[in-house]
Ligand binder design. Structure first.
Ligand SMILES: Nc1ncnc2c1ncn2[C@@H]1O[C@H](COP(=O)(O)OP(=O)(O)OP(=O)(O)O)[C@@H](O)[C@H]1O
Ligand SMILES: [Mg+2]
Length: 231
């Protein structure tokens, strides 16, 4: 589904060049569940943002379903982002003035769905993440774990083929984190491809494949053993 070839990302800070990604070659197949780990500053979020087309690489090729998308215009990239990707962030990033229901309806509005369909789909998704009893709550009226479940429902609104999550359990207590990971595992079992960034080995153990980053390079690419799950 995704192939990155020789991807680099440089940030220019005055005279200083920050090399955030330094030659990334990786393929991600449909249906995979990939965890990305590595020290702070190793490029995990940058890589996730490049994969999710939130950020453009400095050099290299990015093939999505065989098409190099690095040459596309912003408008086409935005369309690809909306059609293919769902995002979950550590800080949930819900719209603070909108209810749970309205938050999930936003991407459906951008996709041009009629109001009735938006309502039905939003309610269905919130039921799926066990938030059907909190449709009218604002983010400030929800716990962290509940906010993240709403964020997952919102990320799934347009049936993304790939769900990208940057430290989705980073602000949560371990039982709430496990709940979030169980939802992601269920989604993966139903066919959604998942890529997650985490610091926490107990979180990466939910994945099937682990990429380790260091200084903007992939230094290990391994299958996660079942034993790690039991430990
Ligand atoms: N917008 C930016 N401008 C300049 N430098 C940046 C920018 N974003 C990231 N960097 C630098 O690029 C490198 C990689 O950053 P990135 O956020 O990908 O790291 P990370 O692995 O996600 O770290 P953390 O675990 O702390 O979230 C870091 O050295 C960071 O300082
Ligand atoms: Mg990060």
């Amino acid at each position: 589904m995704i192939r990155l070839e020789g991807i680099t990302k440089e940030y220019f800070m005055g005279d200083v060049v920050v090399q955030a990604l330094n030659g990334i070659d990786v393929e991600i197949q449909r249906g995979e569940f990939v965890s990305i780990m590595g020290p702070s500053g190793s490029g995990k979020s940058t890589l996730l943002n490049v994969i999710g087309v939130l950020d453009q690489p400095t050099r290299g090729a990015y093939y999505l379903e065989g098409v190099d998308i690095t040459q596309l215009k912003d408008r086409e990239l935005a369309r690809i982002r909306n059609q293919h990707f769902g995002f979950i962030f550590q800080a949930y990033n819900l719209f603070p003035e909108l209810t749970a229901m309205e938050n999930v309806m936003v991407p459906l509005m951008y996709a041009g769905k009629p109001k009735r369909e938006r309502r039905e789909r939003a309610e269905e998704l919130l039921n799926m993440v066990a938030m059907g009893h909190r449709l009218g709550h604002l983010p400030t009226q929800l716990s962290g774990g509940e906010q993240q479940r709403v964020a997952i429902a919102r990320a799934l609104a347009n049936n993304p083929t790939l769900l990208l999550a940057d430290e989705p359990t980073g602000n949560l207590a371990s039982d709430q984190g496990a709940e979030i990971m169980n939802i992601l595992c269920q989604l993966n079992a139903q066919g959604t491809t998942i890529v997650i960034v985490t610091h926490d080995p107990s979180i990466s153990a939910y994945g099937k494949r682990l990429l380790r980053l260091r200084d903007g390079k992939i230094v290990a690419d391994e299958q996660v053993k079942e034993a790690a799950l039991e430990a």
